[in-house]
Write a protein that binds this ligand. Structure first.
Ligand SMILES: C[S@@+](CC[C@H](N)C(=O)[O-])C[C@H]1O[C@@H](n2cnc3c(N)ncnc32)[C@H](O)[C@@H]1O
Length: 313
């Protein structure tokens, strides 16, 4: 996206923005493009409305931005792929076709991991009761894994939180793994996380019984639902990242099946799932002999996450 910036007045910018929206698309998406590619954030755009007489500078020319917008409208390509970046938590990650664009709800997995490992209210100061037999002191996990790392969003966030921990980011897609590796290196975290190609637990045989935390946002959309997704997602984001098989639970079954063997005693498994899979996922976790099985809601209260621990004994 080699292009020079452009200086213009606020009034010119607002007129140009209105003319682009006449061709279609959502105002919020266009403002996202103006922010990420043009370098004019939401607050600055509000200031332009208050003071349209002031001049401002865009990082890309209006012509280049308009070309990206037009392509998005014509081809349904996600803007994140066209710009090559996606904001997520406090990060700005590189993304490209072939790699899932990280979603806002997945940000909560990081918060959940922190809350479950470091609960605010403990019965005993500095100690957490995780089974009838054992009290442990909360501390960062010695080692953790992110199964199906995609862009590496979860791995980058976890590695940033716990400098002393050793992380493993696994994906079956070499494309995704390369992107995750690049995002880890760009964040200065390349030496804290090993990226490994393979299917779920298979490349983690050497970590059997050692992983104190495993997070996963696996493909969980039932195939029939995936087929009906809007073209923006279905035709451009990798099916392998989204399609979870007939009932959406293929990947979750595989992950749950290997959890007891790969987690350390007392280790925590944290999964994202579809909005209507909570009871099925909790049942799978219990059937697998895990304990402290619990569902967690997203910001709207819909159960979208599940956690469980490997028993100590
Ligand atoms: C829903 S995406 C999640 C990506 C990223 N963790 C995120 O939250 O944005 C699922 C990821 O699982 C990967 N995946 C699919 N099947 C896999 C398998 N058998 N083993 C490992 N990873 C797999 C996909 O390539 C994709 O990157």
């Amino acid at each position: 996206m080699e292009s020079r910036g452009e200086r213009l007045s606020g009034e010119q910018l607002l007129r140009w923005r209105r003319s682009l929206l006449k061709a279609g698309g959502r105002p919020a998406d266009l403002d996202w493009l103006i922010d990420l590619a043009g370098g004019l954030g939401w607050q600055a755009l509000q200031a332009v409305r208050l003071h349209p007489e002031r001049s401002l500078e865009l990082r890309l020319s209006c012509q280049a931005l308009a070309a990206l917008w037009q392509r998005h409208l014509e081809t349904d390509e996600p803007l994140q792929y066209l710009v090559g970046r996606c904001p997520w938590r406090d990060l700005e990650l590189a993304v490209a076709p072939g790699v899932l664009i990280p979603r806002a709800e997945t940000e909560l997995l990081v918060d959940l991991a922190q809350q479950l490992l470091f609960p605010q209210r403990l019965l005993h100061p500095q100690r957490l009761l995780i089974s009838q037999q054992l009290l442990i002191r909360p501390r960062p996990p010695a080692s953790w894994a992110d199964l199906g790392t995609g862009s590496g969003c979860l791995a980058v966030a976890l590695a940033g939180l716990w400098p002393e921990s050793r992380g493993f980011a696994v994906d079956l897609s070499r494309h995704a793994l390369a992107q995750a590796g690049a995002n880890l290196v760009a964040a200065g975290l390349g030496d804290r996380v090993q990226t490994i190609c393979g299917s779920w637990w298979q490349p983690l045989a050497a970590q059997r019984g050692l992983l104190e935390l495993v997070v996963a946002n696996p493909p969980y959309i039932p195939t029939a639902v995936w087929r009906q997704l809007e073209p923006l997602v279905r035709d451009h984001e990798p099916a392998m990242a989204l399609d979870g098989g007939a009932d959406g639970l293929d990947a979750i079954r595989s992950i749950v099946a290997g959890a007891s063997v790969h987690l350390a005693p007392g280790g925590l498994l944290l999964l994202e799932h579809h909005h209507d899979q909570s009871s099925a996922v909790l049942a799978l976790l219990r059937q697998a002999g895990l304990e402290a099985v619990c569902g967690h809601g997203d910001l709207e209260g819909t159960l979208r996450f599940a956690s469980a621990r490997r028993p100590i004994n």
